[in-house]
Design a protein around this ligand. Structure first.
Ligand code: XUL
Length: 518
């Protein structure tokens, strides 16, 4: 059959990955950056700068223009668009798009003479979309908690979380009731863009739907009580919810202008993290994924539905079936980079000096790097805590201290899943950092594999499209497209050392608030 396209609508840009199932070849990656390519939206980092640091919103028209620019670029680069046999996508999770009753009519009648943004501009009942970085809904979260207590987490997989769709929708309904009343349907970023491709209001998949505080993961339906409390008549404003292996519709003839064959299948979109789980080949339990970005995320397929007693971890739908965990460590590369810059060195030389001049365990040095408020563990006020004299130690010791502390934090805060991880797939910008991978291997006593593809969410979306359209199993697609280009085995002689340090770390962390900061 041929080529499958996976689009990733991420925070900072619109990216795509193309795979060929006939030749088992990865064809190429394509990208549009919001800041650089669409400066007219004045959103250099993908959101509109706001005086209130808690508010992070984007203009959904920017996403439409980016989608068109992406397709135009692909065509210009000579991609045989007419050979694409199926499309799926992933979106930054939690962001919501608010549309009026004109939406479906306008979608069905898209005309290729004009642009998507020109034609859909009158269909927004809210001109901005809050994205996952928004933290302005603490009041609404407290209200949801007061009303539902633990049930919210037990049934939706997460306690009330500021960035999640439910608290965001509640805030909109309370602060802009007239605009809320004019809202006919509320989409996630993923289901909104899927709707545009198929020219109909698309369903939401379990993967992304679970990041809303609205979906009951035990019944896999919108929770009636929770939706009713969140906002008036909310359930009738939500799209249907479906498994991630659902064909949402077929490509609207509008896209023939980019030489797509109209009528090709479009598979329901998912969230970027669920899609990434597939893109790195982590769809089955026993494998964990650590994505080292600005924030670090730890996620893994789960053998059974289970929630994190500390409330820091989340449960989303696994596009391959069942559930997945997700734990976000806000101060990931952000903190490592800060310490590295202070040491005035680059990663290559630090990697060398860490292995030459320091020992595993670093004589017990721990460094809790909450430069920004931290999600795991929950730390609201920025603070950096260490159990040694920071100024008196070498750059290599500081770097080892932060990396070992971060690895121990990941181990501690992922233990609730009760899974034994034989392999950890490391991806993201810092996946080239050899000393960190060695520490992760030894702390988790698991094999570390690195994946070559940068955009694992886009690759996961392309794989999901091929899985549904061609009925090729995830296992077979994983073998073909998710090759790991490096494997590192753990050193068993460090197991006891890190087990002891884990206990020390677990003791220090709750006392972080009363420690001296550097
Ligand atoms: C996950 C989360 C982010 C976004 C953006 O809960 O908020 O990972 O999906 O990538």
């Amino acid at each position: 059959m041929g080529l499958y396209l996976g689009i990733d609508a991420s925070t900072q840009g619109m990216k795509a990955e193309l795979i060929d199932t006939d030749t088992s070849r990865f064809v190429g990656s394509y990208a549009v950056n919001f800041g650089m390519d669409l400066p007219q939206y004045a959103a250099p980092d993908g959101f509109i700068p706001d005086a209130n640091p808690l508010v992070k919103q984007a203009n959904p028209l920017m996403w439409l223009d980016a989608l068109e620019l992406l397709f135009a670029r692909m065509r210009k680069e000579g991609v045989p668009m007419e050979q694409i046999a199926g499309i799926s996508g992933s979106g930054q999770q939690h962001g919501t798009v608010y549309l009026n009753s004109e939406f479906v009519h306008r979608l069905r009648n898209l005309n290729s003479e004009s642009t998507l943004s020109e034609q859909l501009q009158p269909t927004f009942s809210r001109t901005v979309s809050p994205i996952w970085m928004d933290r302005s809904t603490t009041t609404e979260c407290r209200e949801l908690e007061a009303r539902f207590g633990n049930r919210l987490q037990e049934d939706t997989g997460s306690p009330a979380v500021e960035r999640f769709a439910g608290p965001q929708i509640r805030r909109f309904a309370v602060t802009e009731p007239e605009s809320y009343a004019r809202t006919a349907v509320i989409h996630l970023v993923s289901s909104f863009l899927c709707s545009v491709l198929i020219g109909e209001s698309a369903p939401i998949d379990y993967g992304d739907g679970a990041g809303m505080n609205l979906l009951n993961l035990k019944t896999l339906r919108w929770d009636e009580e929770i939706t009713a409390f969140t906002a008036p008549e909310l359930v009738r404003r939500l799209p249907p919810v479906v498994t991630s292996q659902t064909q949402a519709g077929t490509l609207h003839p509008y896209f023939a202008k980019y030489r797509f064959k109209s009528g090709i299948p479009v598979v329901v979109w998912s969230g970027d993290n669920p899609s990434s789980l597939i893109g790195v080949g982590g769809g089955s339990p026993g494998v964990a994924v650590i994505s080292l970005g600005t924030s670090d995320t730890f996620f893994a397929a789960m053998s059974k539905f289970k929630t994190d007693p500390s409330g820091c971890g989340h449960v989303f739908g696994n596009p391959a079936g069942g559930f997945m965990s997700l734990i976000c460590f806000t101060n990931g590369s952000l903190a490592r980079e800060k310490i590295r810059r202070e040491c005035d060195s680059d990663w290559k030389s630090l990697d060398r000096t860490v292995s030459e001049q320091t020992l595993p365990g670093n004589h017990g040095k721990l460094l809790l790097p909450y430069f920004e408020p931290e999600s795991t563990p929950l730390v609201l006020e920025p603070r950096v805590v260490c159990n040694f004299d920071f100024a008196a130690v070498s750059a290599a010791e500081r770097i080892r201290a932060i990396m070992e502390s971060q690895a121990l934090s990941m181990k501690l805060h992922s233990a609730w899943q009760d899974e034994s991880f034989q392999r950890i797939i490391v991806t993201g910008g810092a996946a080239g950092n050899a000393s960190f991978k060695r520490i992760l291997a030894d702390v988790f006593q698991a094999e570390i594999a690195t994946i070559g593809v940068g955009n694992s969410a886009g690759l996961g979306a392309a794989i999901r499209a091929a899985n549904v359209v061609e009925q090729i199993s995830f296992d077979a697609l994983t073998v073909t497209f998710c090759g790991h280009n490096e494997r590192l085995t753990p050193d068993p002689t460090n197991a006891d050392l890190y087990q002891r340090m884990l206990a020390e770390y677990a003791e220090l962390e709750p006392r972080a608030e009363i420690q001296e900061t550097i």
